[in-house]
Ligand binder design. Sequence first.
Ligand code: MG
Length: 381
Amino acid sequence: MTRLALLGSTGSIGRQALEVIEMHRDRFEVGALAAGHLDQAFRAQLERWPEAAAWTPDGIADPTLAGRWAEGGLEQLAADAKVDIVLVATTGIAALPAVLAALAAGRRVALANKETLVTGGHLVDRALGALGGDRLDWLRPIDSEHSAIWQCLLGERLDEVERLILTASGGPFRGRPVTELGDVTPAEALAHPTWQMGPKITIDSATLVNKAFEAIEARWLYRLPYSRIEAVIHPRSMVHSLVEFTDGSYKAQVGLPDMRMPIQFALTYPRRLSSPARGLPPAEWGSLEFGPLDPDAVPAYRVVREAADAGGNRGTVLNAADEVAVEAFLGGRLTFTGIGPLIEDAVERWGDAGEPELAEIHAIDREVRQALRRDLGLDVA
Ligand code: MG
């Protein structure tokens, strides 16, 4: 039996992970559940999995849960010696200390959270170095692109990889020049052509900031320089990413867009099992088109890639700036095309070459958020 801790169990990834687990009850048990709120959905999960320890940030006032509450929060659940794999699907930077705690305790992590590697990739890299062995066994990507690259790399040597190629749907504004996007509404930006996701990542997909974040994650997962990590536009979202090898050969991972597939692979690696996701015979694929992603045509993508390349604390700065920018856009306080320049200004203002430790990451994150929220007229906590 593989015992799982599920951090972020009521979000889209968490719920789909539970579907996978339900299908393989003979292999998996749920040892811990954590969510953003002690709401109806979370209570239903706790009832379904009565053995699981539990935690939410809004605390406990419920005596029926007293015996199973993890006072130490995400970090306690992540480091629990009885857990085999910690699936991290919480949103935001709160996931980073939990991932570090899990790896420090020798727990495997299945990672769906972006902020962990965007802000603390260097810290995770250090933790993986201390563990030794197969890094991708310890830290298993769930994001469809990174799962695809991982699957393409199985049985290959990293020093024979020429390039990693992330596929991007291009979002709802694909092909439209940036000069036309000044007055697009949040509703238009939220209409993603392929994936049903939360609002933050959907806006990040429309700006392609999400793709730039994925380049940062790829850099830490596969330890290749940014010059070897590219993105290509692929509107069908059937090819989840590709790897080019030194001999000019390419490997791609193909399938219908269904997150249950990469979630399951992260839990069953190196095995493949039957899945609730559906296969699609090649005769029904239709044409799989690819086109160039021109960074100059998508300024927010270019800004984040350049900042990532400069390194240091910039991952933390751009992550905080992007989160505030997206909130401001959704609240009508910033235009869609204002998101890139806001991130660029923040990186200019707070960017520094030193790689921050965890406490510094939190301090920079707080400072950037507070200052930008004040500038934009958003509530400052
Ligand atoms: Mg993705």
